[in-house]
Design a protein around this ligand. Structure first.
Ligand SMILES: [Zn+2]
Length: 251
């Protein structure tokens, strides 16, 4: 059965909702620089593929169209980055939810795959929920928990958290290798910022742009990335989000 609403007809979607597919999950990605070796659509690609697997395994959810542009102001120092202002982003979330509220869904879950989207998404959901008492709106918005989780996967493969990185490092590069190897420029693998990425570094990135921390745009080091590791990380991320969505639906 087709689970991506953008590939379905309205009649198929209507029937699916009536048959209990009343949860819709949406990846919230970005189009922004990802170093010299990864495509600008990296976050949208990862988010979309993760949600594709999550809905497949859940068995009672549909996948809504991925929001491909995110809040990427801190990457504008690099060509190809296209950002939404925070208020534009929140307006997109607002209108997306308003649209879904007309169609008998019970649960709307946003899963961000780009760091800059976590906070505005959290604010959006908090602001919107009171307007939609019949909809359960949820989003995964624990940014540092998410980075720690991903880095933890790498540490299990004997890659340090610093190499795994928060942006285009070993972890993210491995995942893109597993999903779309042909889009990865291996000859361009180059070490970026490999200090600890915590709230302080997050603050520098958000206020001064990522170039202030890393001239090549990478936080981490992609040189230990591999397809094999990427497959492991991807599957673990899918399992993690399935658990999260199940928690959201149960609370
Ligand atoms: Zn990314």
């Amino acid at each position: 059965m087709m689970l991506q609403t953008e590939n379905m007809t309205w009649e198929e979607i209507d029937l699916a909702i009536k048959n209990g597919f009343d949860t819709i999950i949406i990846a919230v990605g970005s189009i922004e620089q990802h170093g010299k070796h990864l495509p600008t659509k990296t976050d949208s690609l990862i988010g979309e593929e993760v949600v594709r697997e999550v809905v497949k395994k859940l068995g009672n959810a549909l996948q809504g169209p991925t929001i491909r542009l995110g809040c990427s102001k801190h990457h504008l120092g690099f060509p190809g980055t296209i950002t939404l202002e925070t208020e534009t982003f929140k307006a997109v979330i607002r209108d997306y939810v308003m649209s879904l509220s007309k169609h008998n869904f019970k649960n709307v879950v946003f899963l961000p795959s780009h760091g800059g989207n976590f906070q505005p998404l959290k604010e959006s959901i908090t602001e919107l929920q009171p307007q939609y008492p019949n909809l359960k709106l949820r989003a995964y918005t624990d940014l540092y928990g998410f980075i720690e989780l991903l880095n933890g996967f790498s540490i299990e493969e004997e890659v340090s958290a610093e190499e795994a990185g928060a942006h285009s490092g070993e972890n993210e590069t491995s995942i893109v290798l597993a999903l779309a190897e042909e889009l990865v420029k291996k000859e361009k693998f180059d070490c970026g910022f490999v200090g600890t990425f915590g709230p302080k570094e997050g603050e520098i990135v958000m206020t001064q742009g990522i170039k202030a921390l890393s001239p090549n745009g990478v936080l981490g080091d992609p040189r230990k990335a591999s397809v094999e590791k990427g497959t492991i990380y991807f599957n673990k991320m899918v399992d993690f989000f399935i658990k999260k969505v199940q928690e959201f639906l149960a609370d």
